[in-house]
Design a protein. Structure first.
Length: 425
């Protein structure tokens, strides 16, 4: 048996978060038009004159946030985190502090308001992703990530930065966050993205908590929304973030920072980009999708699974199919996810345990022939069944070897990842 890690208490309301376990990330912005990665402005070093053309052509005529919310709920997702603004700087809401926003596109309206309402109506909690990086704001000092950087020499960057005043940008950042946390009701989670303290090869600084005014920003956020959870990308000391957010990786154990266990959520994509990427083909298989969710909860974390809607405002067919994989599985197996966490028991090879009190869930990644052996568990189980259909599973206990053996059906049930529900004594 392994002791279950206990993270230090955090300031926000963590209870719903560790219960719900599964959320939807949404990356939507002007980058849906080029449809070749949300970092396209950086990757191709696109200048404003060219990039801003997308503003004139952003026309999401199929946008129906109630449909998005319905698909999320059916997939078993319990919260949503939507990009209010990504690094490109474009704002999906009607901010009074900029013209670079959805209201000034053919969409002609605030796109966040109806989304917030739709997801709440489906019973999901609402969170915002907000980029502290901004490649559009004229006072955002140039650094190695900025699209303009590749066009200039270091001397020219330094010269250009004389006219860029971070305090002006910082004021803008804080004002917009205040706006988002004032005008859209209760926001459960704020996902800031991101800091990069290391200087580049020429010694030009990245961006840190000083640039964002992170301490003040967090103070304001907590005063406006006392229950809100804040993530770990503002370059603040370890006692500040509520949630740690390893991305595009599958932890093998409870996530630790500076040797201490933390509350954590891993964010993942269906394919290799966050924004809609038409030609990206590394879409994950149904097995990978379900295993990621299971594996995450078995290590005590949450999964935030991303959808990148198209420029028309829809989830494309591939995203819908991926969501459907979750919907089918969660319809009969969600009991092994909600309210569950890491188990103190050691799972057999190719299996993952999650646990909720006296119920232990055994997820089988590779279906065995007739028997599944659970070491050190001979006297632990009172009753066992397959979770998806509640059919009894017989077992034998060997007190000499302290092994419990489940009698498994020869044919793997038609479930992406079958789950056994074990009722502990
Ligand atoms: C990143 C990327 C990004 C994505 C995000 C999600 O740091 O810059 O495009 O939005 O993380 O976690």
């Amino acid at each position: 048996m392994t002791a279950i890690p206990t993270p230090a208490p955090v300031q926000g309301d963590i209870n719903w978060f560790v219960h719900d376990r599964f959320g939807m990330f949404i990356h939507w912005g002007l980058y849906a038009l080029p449809a070749r990665h949300e970092w396209v402005k950086n990757r191709e070093a696109i200048l404003d004159e060219k990039y801003d053309k997308y503003l004139r052509y952003f026309d999401p005529d199929l946008y129906d946030p109630r449909e998005w919310a319905r698909l999320a709920r059916q997939a078993g997702m319990k919260y949503v985190v939507v990009t209010t603004k990504h690094h490109e700087g474009f704002c999906l809401w009607d901010s009074q502090f900029t013209d670079y926003k959805a209201t000034n596109t053919p969409a002609g309206r605030d796109l966040i308001q109806p989304l917030v309402e739709a997801f709440r109506a489906e019973g999901l909690k609402v969170g915002f992703y907000h980029s502290v990086i901004d490649w559009h704001h004229p006072h955002f000092p140039l650094d190695r990530l900025h699209p303009l950087y590749k066009h200039l020499t270091t001397a020219e960057v330094l010269e250009a930065n004389k006219k860029r005043h971070i305090e002006v940008y910082r004021e803008y950042l804080h004002s917009q966050v205040r706006e988002l946390l004032t005008n859209y009701g209760e926001i459960a989670y704020l996902f800031f993205d991101f800091s990069y303290p290391q200087p580049d090869a020429a010694g030009l600084p990245g961006k840190t908590r000083e640039d964002w005014g992170s301490e003040d920003l967090v103070r304001m956020v907590r005063s406006l929304q006392p229950k809100i959870l804040i993530n770990d990308r503002l370059n603040l000391p370890l006692d500040q973030p509520d949630i740690h957010t390893p991305e595009q990786t599958q932890p093998r154990a409870w996530v630790e920072k500076e040797g201490k266990p933390v509350f954590w959520e891993t964010c993942q994509t269906f394919s290799g980009a966050w924004g809609y990427h038409r030609d990206e083909t590394t879409w994950k298989s149904p097995e990978q999708l379900i295993r990621m969710l299971v594996n995450t909860v078995s290590c005590g974390g949450n999964l935030l699974m991303n959808v990148g809607p198209t420029a028309r405002g829809a989830f494309d067919k591939r995203a819908q199919q991926a969501l459907n994989v979750y919907a089918e599985w969660m319809a009969v197996n969600s009991r092994s996810i909600y309210g569950c966490t890491m188990s103190p028991f050691q799972a057999p090879a190719d299996c993952r345990f999650t646990q909720n009190g006296k119920r232990l869930y055994l997820h089988v990644f590779a279906w065995p022939f007739r028997h599944l052996h659970l070491d050190d568990m001979a006297d632990k189980v009172d009753y066992a069944q397959l979770l998806h259909d509640g059919s009894e599973i017989a077992f034998t206990a060997n007190s000499e070897t302290n092994c419990l053996t489940l009698q498994t059906p020869i044919i793997k049930p038609d479930v992406t990842v079958p789950v056994f529900e074990l009722f502990l004594k």
